[in-house]
Structures are given as C-alpha cells and as structure tokens.
Design a protein around this ligand. Structure first.
Ligand SMILES: Nc1ncnc2c1ncn2[C@@H]1O[C@H](COP(=O)(O)OP(=O)(O)OP(=O)(O)O)[C@@H](O)[C@H]1O
Ligand SMILES: [Mg+2]
Length: 309
C-alpha cells in the first residue's frame, strides 16, 4: 500500500462569527495520509468537523488553509474519481431510485449504452437490497432505503476513492450488517480506498485499517491514529473473540468518553499535530509487551509505535 494516495496537510476551517468577533476555528493543523487500498475511519464527537473534512476531500467545500492532494493532484472541486455518500441521502427527489443511480453512471461512462447503464444500476441496487424498489421515488422510500440508494450510487461509479459520511447510520442492524459485509467484499476485490465517518466503534473496528481519533473543537485535531492490528479477514460473528478486540475497543471508547474533551487544550507533551501518533492498542496484551512494561496491576497501555502516520 502506498503511504500517500491521499495526503492532507495543514488543513483548517474557520467560519465567521455570526455577530462579529473572532471567527470560529472548527479544526486546524489537520494532517494525515491514506494509502491506496486503505480503509480509514474517523471518529469524533458531534460538531468536531468530520463532515467538513469529508466535504473538503470531496471538493465540495474549501478549506481555510491547507492542501489535499490525491494521486499527485491537488483537489480543487468535485470529481467522479471520488464517490460520496452524504450524511443526509442527497437524492434528486424527482428521479426514481434507479434513475438517481443512472444519472451518476451516465456521467461516469458517457459512451455506455442504455443496456449497460441499466445493468450497472441494477447490480448495485440489488447489492444494497433494493431489488423491487428501483422505480420508486425518494418520497416513497424509507430513510434507510434512501440511504441505500446513495450507497448504490457511490459504489456504481467505481471511484478511485469512496467518501462515506455515516453511511449506515439510518439502517436497521440486519441491513447494516449485510451492507458492511458487502463493503468489505468490494474493498477486498477492488482494493478500494475509503475514508469513512462513523460514530460506531464496532463498525470502525470491523471495517477499518486505521481509525483516526478527532478531538473536540474548536481547534479540533487528529489526536491519534489507531492501527487496527486485527487480521484483515474479519467477520462480524467472530471478531469479538479475538484477544485484540477489547483492547482496541476500550481504547476508542476511552478516547471518546474521557480524552477527546481536553485534548486540544492539554495535548500530551510530545504531541505534534503534523505527525499524529500511530498507536496499536490491540498489541497491548501481556504476551505482546516487552517484559519491562508488564506489571500485574497496570491497566493495558497503548503502545505508540510511531509519531508519523
Ligand atoms: N456553514 C457553516 N457556517 C457556520 N458554521 C458551520 C457551517 N457548517 C458547519 N459549521 C460548524 O462547523 C462545525 C463542524 O460541523 P460538521 O458538520 O463538520 O461536524 P461533524 O463532526 O460532522 O458533526 P456530526 O457528527 O454531528 O455530523 C459545527 O460546529 C458546525 O456548527
Ligand atoms: Mg457530520
């Protein structure tokens, strides 16, 4: 995996205060890289700026400072190289489910004939469990169904990078599991590069190679990057039996519950936002730690393996 398929450097976003005063700096000094074929999740509290980062990566919003480079080119505007699933479904209300997908597919392959376009649309609508609902308009679909049309549309254009903003939030547990499994299969088959926002730590552990932890705003930062050291061929049914699972899960929850709040004001002494630390809490089981770090009373501590991502 190349370390720098996508590179984000010194990204910040500020909004003017509504009644004058200093601008609201949502996040600043955000730096990270995503390798080709890597699946990266970002987790952080509501309002810390996750969707704003995703929109900048999509080319739909401008950063106040910093650059985003994908495959050697600076991102400046939207492109069919990036498939986006928005936090809201963002469908065209006057088009049926299939036509919403077809609109994107036609833009991606303008020379494809109708049969081919139809075939691609149907394949991805089937994949997300919408067989039979192809001809319904968004107003006739449930929230979860609308979200699934958005997922089908992003997958169908076979983008170089998928940008997913809480794509499974509106789905029932059963459908979410099915689509998560499909997403894993697609990523394994196509080496898809993915940037995904989620609030669900279990989903992040199941899907991601790396999980970026974002501190609370204002001035939110990427506090840490957690390397998911669980074997790549994970299954929802057995993942929790792996001894690495709970150390990783506990680390994520500990960050969200305790550390995210004060991180911006009181970061660790050696923290450098240009190189958020890469940590491997899954490897903190006694057997994986050097003997000098093993104490019968000590709670497992994350191991910082590198200050560079
Ligand atoms: N157009 C805007 N004008 C002013 N402030 C904005 C604007 N858009 C976003 N914000 C602010 O930027 C911050 C980050 O918003 P964003 O939607 O990126 O958060 P988020 O991390 O995705 O939250 P959630 O988890 O709730 O989706 C919020 O405080 C929001 O109020
Ligand atoms: Mg959001």
């Amino acid at each position: 995996m190349s370390a720098e398929f996508l590179k984000v450097e010194g990204l910040s976003k500020s909004f003017a205060a509504p009644r004058g005063g200093p601008p609201l700096v949502v996040f600043d000094e955000v730096n990270f890289a995503i390798g080709k074929g890597e699946f990266v999740c970002i987790i952080g509290h509501s309002g810390c700026g996750k969707s704003t980062i995703l929109n900048i990566l999509a080319g739909l919003d401008d950063a106040s400072a910093g650059v985003v480079v994908m495959a050697g080119r600076e991102i400046a505007g939207p492109s069919l190289d990036r498939g986006v699933v928005f936090q809201g479904h963002a469908l065209m209300p006057w088009l049926t489910a299939k036509k919403n997908v077809a609109f994107a597919v036609k833009s991606r392959w303008p020379d494809a004939d109708k049969t081919r376009i139809d075939e691609i649309c149907q394949r991805y609508l089937d994949l997300v469990g919408l067989t039979g609902a192809e001809h319904k308009k968004p107003a006739e679909l449930s929230g979860g169904m609308k979200q699934r049309v958005g997922i089908a549309r992003a997958f169908a254009i076979e983008p170089k990078m998928l940008l997913l903003d809480e794509p499974f939030g509106a789905l029932d547990a059963l459908t979410r599991g099915v689509i998560q499994d499909e997403l894993l299969k697609i990523c394994a088959a196509t080496h898809q590069t993915v940037f995904m926002i989620t609030h669900d730590v279990d989903e992040a552990i199941l899907l991601a190679d790396k999980i970026m932890l974002m501190s609370n705003g204002p001035h939110a930062r990427i506090a840490e990057i957690v390397q998911n050291t669980l074997p790549r061929n994970r299954s929802r049914h057995t993942i929790h039996k792996d001894p690495q699972y709970y150390p990783i899960r506990n680390h994520l929850i500990d960050f969200l519950v305790s550390r995210s709040k004060d991180f911006t004001d009181q970061p660790p002494e050696d923290y450098d936002p240009r190189h958020p630390p890469l940590v491997t809490p899954g490897l903190t089981t006694a057997s994986a730690l050097p003997e000098t770090l093993i104490s019968p009373r000590a709670a497992p501590r994350p191991v910082v393996v590198s200050m560079r991502n």
